[in-house]
Design a protein around this ligand. Sequence first.
Ligand code: SF4
Length: 378
Amino acid sequence: MAGIYLHIPFCKQACHYCDFHFSTSLKLKEAVLAAMHQEIRLQQNYLSGETIDTIYFGGGTPSILSVAELQGLLDTIHLVFPINPAAEITVEANPDDLTPEKLLLLSQSPVNRLSIGVQSFHNPHLQLMNRPHTAGEAEGCIQLAQELGFDNISLDLIYGIPAEDEALWEQDLAKAFALNVQHLSCYALTIEPNTVLGHRLKKGTFTPAEEESVAQQFELLMTQAKTHGFLHYEISNFCQPGFESKHNSSYWRQTPYVGIGPSAHSFNGKSRQFNVAHNPQYVQALSQGQLPCTVEELTVEDRVNEYVMTTLRTSWGCDTHYIRSKWNVDLVALHASYLQQIIAKGLMQENEGVLLLTEEGKLLADEIALDLFLLKEE
Ligand code: SF4
């Protein structure tokens, strides 16, 4: 089992909260795509011949590409890697790109899952975040995608947007569930330093939502998801039964994957590779036949910490027997008194060696994972 992630590093405009790698100039688009084809060929042996079960176009904005350009990348992948005929193939898309013509072509392509960046169904919030679409466009493209036969659609939504009546988040959720999509990824608005909102925060012209209000919105999300029969299978991810994102789940299950494109990461079980997050440097390296990446060999501490951080966020939990058998580390013994405390506080449950966060614990997932990390000297 293995996956391929393709990072398309272009966007129409910069969302005010986003610090991902992207360029709003399309000048290098052809050159970057040519380099990505080359990188796919150079990475032929990275996954040691494993069959590819998931392919994920992320970004940036993959839907900025034509369907022919997406198909071209898939064609090269097929020439280089063995692909499971039932592979999950996801394209992240912004509503303004999903015109009826493009959706029709996508529905006739091998793409079988759409992840649509809706973020909010409230136009003033979309404007605050500088999103390139309206709520109406989002709703329209979701309905059209469904009419064209897409039966595995995920929506990205953002909560914790400030200066709002909390009923707006409730309305966003009601709209999302009414649209009868299969999957939701919901993230709290975080203010990163090198973004427009980050600069406004520094200048004192932007006030983020109160922590308590953000926590209440997350609680509302968990309650509403349960009411609508959605599984909360990862802290930020909810789905109808059977519609977990196979690609993202494989990250959380430590499955190897290769990342193609500027800023993409790869993982082969022993090391991580990080591609340069700079389009011209990426193009130049590949034009000289070189992979534009740095490699980090992972220590036992890195592997255990990563396993704890990712699995604690999931509904299958952190299996301490697995940690012991794979890395010879007894996490329970190392953190016995801390585990007792958080279990007594109702933040965690332990079931035959598997650690699972309770709903209350999910609000503190990252802090709890950090407390369970192995320090280098352990
Ligand atoms: S949120 Fe998505 S569309 Fe907006 S700038 Fe970031 S990568 Fe581009």
